[in-house]
Design a protein around this ligand. Structure first.
Ligand SMILES: [Ca+2]
Length: 202
């Protein structure tokens, strides 16, 4: 019996040795990756450096603060649409924040990229954008729809169309309108404000 017990304990101990590395699977942080000389890569192909990168992304802080044309990869210098962007948006600034559900600041699946998720229906994903030029601005708060057919106007918000992955979101708040520089007031404001807005539809 005594031997059996020891064997059991030994077995458990060995099992722990085997299981531990699996349990210890950790997410790589931006800081650790930089320290190791192999920075994580963003979905845009940028290196996730500490603080702000050359374009204005601070992936650690889930924040972009920079020139409008630098935010979108297709509008950056050297890209075919860069000139168009400069002609239309020179001097225009852009600030955006996003949730970890959309674009994380860690790599947990070990592929070397910041984890990101483009299937956002029913998640708690959110994005805010502020675009501003000389004397005008537009602020928007986006929240992921619960499901694709959801009509955001039912809760007093607005649907999004033709804006890529943002089409999965409702605009639940908008202040100002880039297409109408005189507009500085509130256009949409779903109550309750913020991320409980969609629960009102259930
Ligand atoms: Ca990853």
């Amino acid at each position: 019996m005594k031997l059996g017990k020891s064997s059991l304990l030994l077995g458990l101990f060995l099992l722990m040795l085997v299981v531990r590395p699996v349990l210890a699977t950790e997410c790589t942080t931006i800081k650790d990756a930089v320290k190791e000389g192999q920075p994580l890569i963003s979905p845009y192909g940028d290196m996730a450096v500490m603080g702000f990168n050359e374009y204005g992304f601070n992936y650690q802080a889930h924040l972009f603060n920079g020139d409008f044309c630098d935010h979108f990869i297709e509008y950056r210098e050297g890209q075919p649409q860069h000139e168009w962007c400069v002609e239309n948006f020179e001097g225009v600034k852009f600030i955006s924040r996003w949730s970890d559900t959309l674009l994380s600041n860690v790599d947990c699946n070990g592929d070397g990229y910041l984890d990101f998720n483009l299937n956002l229906y029913g998640t708690d994903a959110w994005v805010t954008t502020k675009i501003f030029g000389d004397g005008w601005f537009e602020y928007m708060k986006f929240l992921a729809k619960p499901y694709p057919e959801f009509d955001c106007t039912e809760i007093g918000g607005a649907n999004v169309q033709g804006r890529g992955f943002l089409d999965q979101f409702c605009v639940i708040q908008q202040i100002g309108d880039r297409n109408n520089p005189d507009s500085k007031g509130l256009l949409y404001h779903v109550i309750p404000t913020g991320f409980k807005a969609l629960s009102m539809s259930e």
